[in-house]
Ligand binder design. Structure first.
Ligand code: CP
Length: 371
């Protein structure tokens, strides 16, 4: 579908407040910024039509909204292949501006959001090093965020500390000109848009095999401190008959809060330290690196990574239609020779991130009907 004219209604404070209230309904935050209560009464069929404002915690996503975002990402990806389509996409949000506030290192989340904005014609500003901002003069986090909101229409942020994006969202909910806040990674806690692109990658990979429903998904590596696997686990409640297999070194197992969530939602999971035992059953193996940036005494180095790695031996055992995913960056846990195997999905997964983030921005600015 080609673009229609942007209406002024999208630019009013009332509209922004309406979006904000719509967000407040489904969730409440505790002091750490985690959602403590997610409205369960909303019928799933109604979720896809609800406005999306802040994206802080993956638990706000229901199945129909996930399906809708995946369809939207595919439409964007298809449209962007042609010159005419790419131009049409650039005409959708040319008057909107985004702030990318990434004070924790990032390559693909930063670049995919930055380029997702540009795909839609948006302008971007960035702060990646707090030493270049007025934070060094003692400006508070709250004042910094409020300042960003004075100039832009969406704040996309990654911080080393958990809860900061939620804190920014709460601040936005209390000021006259709120802008949406997107959590692009909050400490070792959550990475909701990574989970969305992971769902998109799984859904695309299994599109001819009944989708994600009924699949056996292994998650391997540092599951204790990996925010990508934590967020992806939360989204699994939206799929029927999924089984999870956690493959982690001792001391790096999935945390109890996520396991309790899975139990509450009747999502079966098993745990092992032996990949070979479970590999033949897996439809997808989601590999993660040791999150050594959180080490206090080089504890990652004590792990025998060869037991939690993928190479030629593991490829020989993996199902012929199984897939290997990785949020990247990788360490030694995936041999680069695996890249040439058609079951290696992580480079496609990385690119899917840009299309999914375009879809997210379209939903936030209520422009999804234009694609
Ligand atoms: N997957 C991911 O978050 O990668 P970056 O840290 O490079 O953004």
């Amino acid at each position: 579908m080609l673009p229609r004219q942007v209406t002024m209604a999208h630019l009013t404070t009332d509209a922004a407040r309406a979006r904000c209230s719509a967000f407040e309904t489904p969730s409440r935050y505790n002091l750490c910024g985690m959602v403590t209560e997610v409205a369960r009464e909303t019928p799933a069929s109604a979720n896809a039509s609800k406005p999306l404002f802040h994206i802080i915690d993956p638990r706000i996503f229901e199945r129909d909204l996930l399906d809708d975002l995946c369809d939207l990402a595919t439409r964007v990806r298809t449209l962007a292949k042609s010159e005419e389509g790419a131009r049409a996409l650039r005409d959708i949000l040319p008057t909107r501006r985004a702030m990318l506030y990434f004070t924790q290192p990032s390559t693909r989340t930063f670049l995919s959001f930055n380029n997702a904005c540009h795909v839609l014609g948006m302008c971007t500003s960035e702060i990646r090093d707090p030493a270049t901002s007025s934070e060094v003069k003692g400006e508070s986090f709250a004042d910094s965020i409020r300042t960003f909101s004075s100039y832009v229409d969406v704040i996309i942020m990654r911080t080393r500390e958990p809860g900061r994006a939620a804190q920014a969202a709460r601040l936005m909910d209390s000021i006259p000109r709120p802008v949406p806040v997107i959590n692009a990674g909050s400490g070792s806690d959550q990475h909701p848009t990574q989970a969305l692109l992971d769902i998109y990658t799984l859904a695309r990979s299994f599109s001819e095999r009944g989708g994600i429903d009924g699949k056996v998904i292994g998650m391997m590596g540092d599951l204790k401190r990996g925010r990508t696997v934590r967020s992806l686990c939360y989204l699994m409640r939206n799929y029927v008959g999924v089984r999870l297999v956690f493959i982690a070194p001792e001391h790096f197992a999935m945390q109890d809060d996520v396991k309790a969530y899975l139990e509450d939602h009747d999502i079966p999971y098993t745990e092992t330290q032996n990949l070979a035992d479970v590999l033949p059953d897996l439809d997808a193996l989601y590999v993660t690196r040791m999150q050594s940036e959180w080490d206090s005494a080089n504890e990652s180095r004590a792990v025998d990574l060869t037991r939690f790695s993928v190479g030629a031996k593991e490829l020989a055992i993996l199902k012929s239609d199984g897939i290997i995913m990785h949020p990247l960056p990788r360490g030694a846990e995936i041999d680069p020779a695996v890249d040439d195997d058609p079951r290696a999905m992580y480079w496609r997964q990385e690119r899917n991130g840009m299309w999914m983030r375009v879809a997210v921005l379209l939903r936030i600015f209520r422009m999804h009907g234009r694609v």
